[in-house]
Design a binder for this molecule. Structure first.
Ligand code: SF4
Length: 330
């Protein structure tokens, strides 16, 4: 199968015990059956420890957590299973994290998530245009039941989306408009009607209604955010949009619609920018985006809730609503 990922992934390195966060705090960690079976073959003390470290919750096997942290994390935030038995002992979730993986027939796409501080810094602090590499691997695709003609149509449209988003001769607001127009044309719909006032404050209210993981995020959602001029906003916005278009666009292969996913990419950019409006440095700005990624993008329920409202063709969550909100923060 083919593996596609951003070129920068080749130089990504985990911060290990220097990480200000950790992959293993706050989230549920499901364990796949293959890894659970492999743990049965570990040396006896580790085999028993892994039985103790897992439990059944919400219908799946998970690693236990203590105060939200995986029980295998030591006081230096390092995984004891990894340290004792090596990377091959990790379950699939931990082996992949912080990368997300999506498969479309014979194509696998991989990118580290912006919730990881090391990737957020590497990816968002760069001014380069984003490039992707595709390599062949010996692995066979696990799942091939996709509509091939829809897949190729969406993939071609996404290549166009990447080109137009990185055309720096055009201001970012025009590129966002063009991205949404491309998604509307791909789905054969138009969402350019009238929208109510106060779109942006409605978006912040929506964020407050979603599931909240960390106190930092709760605090950020309560603050008011007077805008501070930031010369690097266009570059960060461009890279953020590329990230979310890469992450979401091809999900249209499974849902049959690309426009709500394109809108989710833009909505994510608007939300992160609105919450980061008072940041004075690019580092602070990137930290807000990292928190957004951790709280929203990595939470399936939150993504599903947003997808549902972004399927609306009129009102605040239409294309016209998104463009009006962007006007407020640009
Ligand atoms: S969040 Fe990133 S830097 Fe931190 S432990 Fe995970 S991979 Fe390493």
């Amino acid at each position: 199968m083919k593996i596609c990922r951003p070129v920068q992934d080749m130089v990504f390195r985990c911060l290990a015990d220097g990480c200000p966060d950790t992959c293993c705090a706050g989230w549920e960690i499901p364990v796949d059956e293959e890894s659970a079976a492999r743990w049965q073959k570990l040396p006896p003390e580790w085999r028993d420890r892994m039985v103790e470290a897992t439990e059944w919750s919400s219908g799946e096997r998970q690693l236990k957590r203590h105060h939200g942290r995986c029980v295998l994390l030591n006081e230096r935030n390092l995984c004891e299973l990894y340290a004792a038995c090596g990377i091959d002992a990790l379950c699939r979730t931990c082996h992949l994290h912080p990368r997300f993986v999506a498969e479309y027939g014979g194509l696998r796409e991989i990118m580290p998530g912006l919730s990881c501080p090391a990737w957020a810094e590497l990816y968002l602090m760069s001014d380069e245009k984003v490039t992707f590499i595709t390599e062949e691997s010996d692995e066979l695709p696990a799942y091939n039941e996709i509509d091939a003609s829809l897949f190729y149509r969406l993939k071609k449209a996404r290549e166009k989306a990447f080109d137009l988003l990185q055309d720096r001769s055009i201001p970012l607001d025009k590129r966002i408009d063009a991205l949404l127009a491309l998604a509307e044309a791909t789905d054969g719909v138009s969402e350019r009607g009238d929208v109510p006032q106060s779109v942006l404050s409605a978006y912040i209210r929506k964020l407050r209604q979603l599931e909240i993981l960390t106190p930092q995020w709760r605090e950020l959602l309560q603050r008011s955010h007077p805008s501070v001029p930031q010369p690097w906003r266009e570059t960060v916005g461009e890279r953020l949009l590329i990230y979310y278009v890469f992450r979401f666009w091809l999900r249209g292969v499974y849902s049959g619609k690309v426009l709500p996913w394109a809108k989710l990419a833009v909505w994510s950019c608007i939300s992160a920018f609105a919450l980061a409006a008072d940041c004075e440095t690019r580092e602070e700005f990137c930290e807000v985006i990292r928190l957004y990624s951790k709280e929203i993008e990595h939470n399936t329920e939150n993504v599903d809730a947003l997808y549902r409202v972004l399927c609306r063709h009129s009102g605040r969550y239409s294309v016209a609503g998104l463009l009006k909100a962007w006007e407020k923060i640009k």
